[in-house]
Design a protein around this ligand. Structure first.
Ligand code: GTP
Ligand code: SPV
Ligand code: MN
Length: 580
């Protein structure tokens, strides 16, 4: 197979010259191709077949133990001007970056097959979807990209028709962490990644394309590429409103997007549109409309069980790739929080011994097509996307941030998103549990200077008069004994239903210096075992602590110097005035 697109053909030839593969394979995305790759990976040991009776067509992949998460310190934005990448990114001069990484790519595919993966992020017929081609020497990447994107012939046809595509070059290299780089050249619509076979480092359609490159494009084209889930919330009257929610990695997007309402609150229903990435455009009707550029879920395994996330649990019972989970004696996948079964082999492939840490890696994941989700929205693949009524920002804050509060208006909401903070998680290498600023949950994913990004967000007030309301939520408040104060998971519907009713203008709120909070009486606690004092604490603010927080947000905004929009600083001054 080859292509009528001369630029693509030439690029594949050049890459082959540089990387010296034994073979070149153009991926069609067919079932036969997928089966052949799986058979081959079973032979090489890249995949292990799981229990066919309990988990039909499920496989385990163990990545190299030094390669288990995104590597933010090795991820670069390579623009001509360092200021355009901003203090939120690592920057390297494009010429230097190309020289450095091309030297590592030289001969990197000797003895391997070069796979050409044409893909489309988003519904293939959507005007908002974008195409790319990933070249990789990893069959694991091919079978994952097939689940995560519209991969193969249809995408290639669209590329040949449109003539534009993002180039992503990937090789697992020799997995030496010292020779690992994830580089982005937004002006060239190009990504180069070497030395990792894991998730966001290797599945280039995901974070590299759909967030870093796409956010850069979106800025000049007037749209937004965000680290957000998209979900439909249907109320007992049968009305569905859609929301998008930005939480940092491993902070609850997949779980919220698949939520099953508590039985004690009948009549509500949740529909998943997407669980990780959201592209927002102002539609012809002036509404902000969202598409999910992904076709599958690359979800966190630990913590997933029939109670916490029954939909995810059902989704991953068959035709799923598991990465870095443990296995039971009868070869079923296992992870911490599964609540059933006993691990005998840990994620490294060693006999499980609790002395060596958790059985499954904390960032172990499942890859599965969205179509298997029992609550997959019938509108998930609508070409024009779904209209968004509310945007939620949220993080892991054991202190300070209340359960939910509402922005006074769009600009105030942008400040709330810009100033948000969260505890770091196992989704990236480095310390876990450290509070850091993570604007809009995009700290690791924004392809340009946050100062310019905030300005871009603010500019939407000029593009539409039907913008969504903005909220901040926090499911992760802890008491003195480190217990979560809010039950979370399905019970988060109690917060979503308040937000829904706010959008309908059907419920009041108390004004506070940081925004509008629910009255405790308006949070539906039917069947919920929560002390009134706990709920009261979750729905109040500590003015002293917030004064300190506001000061710290101010210092953070100042790190971006003259790029920080004056309007954002004015918003913060207003909050500070209200705080006294
Ligand atoms: P990425 O895929 O890394 O972007 O993560 P995500 O934002 O989709 O997070 P996910 O839903 O996978 O949740 C990550 C972890 O947080 C899992 O271990 C969940 O069990 C846990 N979690 C999710 N929602 C809640 C919640 O409401 N309360 C509590 N306490 N934990 C939660
Ligand atoms: C995240 O870290 O936010 C993920 C997983 O969704 S990865 O694809 O590795 O980025
Ligand atoms: Mn994510």
């Amino acid at each position: 197979m080859t292509t009528t697109n001369a630029a693509l053909k030439q690029w594949v030839d050049e890459v082959a010259q540089l990387t010296q593969p034994d073979k070149i394979h153009w991926c069609t995305g067919s079932d036969a191709e997928n089966s052949a790759l799986i058979s081959q990976m079973l032979v090489t040991g890249d995949l292990i077949k799981l229990n066919e009776k309990t988990h039909p067509n499920c496989y385990l992949h163990r990545s190299n133990p030094t390669d288990v998460a995104r590597v933010e310190h090795l991820t670069f934005i390579c623009t001509e001007n360092k200021e355009d990448a901003g203090p939120n990114n690592n920057w390297m001069n494009p010429a230097e970056a190309n020289a450095k990484i091309d030297a590592l790519f030289a001969g990197a595919m000797k003895g391997r097959t070069l796979y050409v993966i044409p893909y489309c992020m988003g519904p293939i017929n959507s005007p908002f979807a974008r195409c790319g081609v990933e070249i990789t020497d990893s069959p694991y990447v091919v079978i994952n990209m097939r689940i995560m994107s519209n991969m193969g012939e249809a995408a290639l046809k669209r590329i040949e028709r449109d003539g534009v595509f993002v180039k992503g070059l990937h090789s697992t290299g020799d997995l030496d962490p010292n020779k690992r780089f994830i580089m982005h050249f937004p002006d060239q619509l190009t990504i180069k990644s070497i030395g990792s076979g894991y998730g966001g480092n290797a599945l280039l359609g995901k974070k590299c394309h759909a967030l870093r490159i796409a956010s850069y494009q979106a800025r000049s084209e007037g749209w937004l590429a965000e680290h957000m889930l998209i979900m439909g919330i249907q109320n007992p009257a049968g009305v569905t409103r859609y929301i998008a929610a930005a939480f940092p990695s491993a902070c609850g997007k997949t779980n919220l997007a698949m939520l099953i309402p508590p039985e004690t609150i009948p009549g509500w229903k949740i529909w998943t549109v997407g669980d990780d990435i959201c592209w927002l455009n102002v539609g012809k009707d002036g509404q902000l409309r969202a598409i999910n550029p992904e076709a599958g879920y690359f979800g966190v395994a630990p913590g997933t069980n029939l109670k916490t996330n029954p939909n995810a649990f059902k989704t991953i019972q068959h035709d799923t790739i598991f990465t870095n989970v443990a296995v039971t004696a009868d070869n079923q996948p296992w992870w911490e929080g599964l609540k059933e079964g006993t691990p005998v082999i840990d994620w490294r492939g060693n006999p499980y011994d609790p002395k060596n840490g958790p059985a499954a890696h904390p960032n172990s994941r499942f890859t599965v097509t969205a179509k298997q989700n029992p609550c997959y929205s019938p509108h998930a693949e609508d070409a024009d996307g779904v209209p968004i009524s509310a945007i939620l920002f949220g993080g892991r804050r054991r202190e300070l941030a209340p359960l939910v509060y509402e922005a006074r208006d769009w600009a105030h909401g942008v400040l709330i998103g810009a100033g948000m903070a969260s505890e770091t998680t196992a989704a990236a290498t480095g310390a876990v549990g450290v509070v850091r600023r993570d604007s809009m949950a995009m700290k690791p994913f924004c392809g340009y200077n946050f100062g310019d990004y905030w300005k871009h967000w603010l500019s939407f007030a000029d593009l539409s008069n039907k913008l969504p309301k903005i909220y901040h939520v926090n499911w992760f408040r802890q008491d003195k004994d480190n217990n979560f104060m809010w039950p979370g998971f399905g019970d988060n519907l109690r917060v979503l239903s308040w937000i829904f009713d706010r959008c309908e203008g059907a419920v009041g709120a108390q004004e506070t210096p940081i925004g509008n909070l629910p009255y405790a009486k308006d949070i539906n606690t039917a069947g919920l075992d929560i002390q009134p004092d706990t709920l009261k604490e979750l729905l109040s603010i500590n003015q002293d602590a917030w004064r300190t927080e506001a000061q710290q947000i101010g210092a953070y905004l100042d790190e971006f110097g003259s790029r920080t929009p004056a309007q954002l600083k004015e918003q913060l001054q207003d909050v500070q005035k209200r705080l006294g």
